[in-house]
Design a protein around this ligand. Structure first.
Ligand code: SF4
Length: 367
């Protein structure tokens, strides 16, 4: 039996991750003025190209499907015209850095605080360079403080136990898009977080970062039908049925900086809070499913593609205004109000592809 790992004290993150205020402001101003000519050129290009809807390879992901179901107009802006707001969206950024860290620790079977801090510093620097205003950069600092506490505490709490309990079959992997039956050539693509075996059973592991984990959040997990798409894709690829889905949820801290508090002190407070009681931040749920639900999901996916084809053919993209202020103000709202005017389009960039998130990930290994 493995010895119980000694609890490490809360990680200290170096003060050098926070640039001096004066220099920082200068850097932001320089970035803004550098961004302006590029943005203008990009804006003009978009105006010329906005008439064309090009859905490229006809791939549907869970996030594209979710966007269409939420608001078709948003799908039009984000996936048909491939528009995205410039800069960083904090809740996506925190989630994506955490996912990379989880991927790394299970891939290597170990975690060390020092190299983690280096990677985090680099991620913060990289994100800051993309920020287009101080509100975004503030959110990056806060997000960085959260990740600085969350990841080491998670590793301390779970990693050794998990490596004893589960065989890691595959870490984060992009699966090859698979053909959706009875459609005009649509395929389903995505990235699954991890595949594990436990006592001969094969499980799909889904990592999530959440703002809060309450009874409502947990009660809704069995209704997360989108995950069945990953089950379907994995089963098709591996020619083996999955037995369970494991939700691995980490809650983001609600601690905020106090008036006049230096950034390193905030980092330390958050790290301490995560380390003292990890159970208040981490939650797991093994959710059962049956093969009939997977088949139903695929059927629903085929019908969904029919709806999408109709919207493209008719050019009818309805607005669902009930979604406009769901997670703060929808970033596409100026476009919905004023239309794609050249000056408005300067706030947006054209994505290289509809599903940028798929481009950066490695392909699935042959099963
Ligand atoms: S602002 Fe509202 S209507 Fe427009 S895309 Fe966003 S959610 Fe849809």
């Amino acid at each position: 039996m493995r010895k119980k790992a000694k609890r490490k004290s809360a990680p200290r993150v170096k003060a050098r991750t926070q640039p001096k205020k004066k220099g920082f402001k200068k850097k932001r101003t320089a970035l803004r003025s550098m961004a302006a000519p590029d943005a203008s050129a990009g804006g003009q290009k978009i105006v010329t190209a906005l008439g064309e809807i090009n859905l490229g390879e006809k791939i549907i992901t869970n996030s594209a499907r979710g966007t269409f179901l939420d608001c078709r107009k948003k799908f039009l802006w984000e996936y048909a015209y491939r528009l995205a707001t410039r800069g960083i969206t904090d809740y996506f950024w925190v989630g994506s850095v955490c996912h990379e860290e989880w991927d790394l620790m299970y891939q290597r079977g170990k975690f060390a605080v020092k190299p983690f801090r280096k990677r985090l510093n680099a991620a913060i620097e990289k994100a800051l360079a993309l920020c287009v205003n101080e509100d975004q950069s503030d959110k990056v600092w806060k997000g960085g403080a959260c990740i600085g506490g969350l990841i080491p505490s998670y590793a301390e709490h779970y990693l050794e136990r998990d490596l004893d309990q589960f065989e890691i079959v595959a870490t984060e992997t992009r699966f090859e898009p698979i053909e959706i039956p009875n459609t005009s050539g649509w395929r389903y693509g995505g990235i699954r977080d991890m595949l594990v075996r436990e006592g001969g059973e094969l499980g799909l592991w889904e990592n999530k970062t959440a703002g809060g984990i309450d009874a409502g959040y947990i009660a809704r997990l069995p209704l997360d039908f989108q995950i069945l798409g990953y089950v379907w894709a994995t089963q098709t690829e591996m020619e083996e049925e999955l037995d369970f889905i494991m939700y691995n949820i980490a809650q983001k801290t609600k601690l905020r900086g106090r008036q006049g508090e230096a950034f390193p002190s905030l980092l330390e407070r958050i790290a301490e809070d995560y380390a003292v009681d990890p159970t208040k931040y981490f939650y797991r749920e093994r959710v059962p499913f049956d093969q009939r639900s997977v088949k139903n999901f695929v059927k629903e996916l085929s019908a969904f593609c029919g709806e999408l084809d109709r919207a493209i053919k008719d050019g009818y993209w309805s607005m669902n205004t009930r979604r406009c202020a769901d997670r703060g103000i929808c970033p596409m709202m100026p476009l919905c109000i004023e239309g794609p005017k050249p000056d408005l389009l300067l706030q947006y960039r054209r994505k290289a592809s509809q599903h940028e998130e798929l481009e950066s990930k490695k392909k699935a290994k042959a099963a």
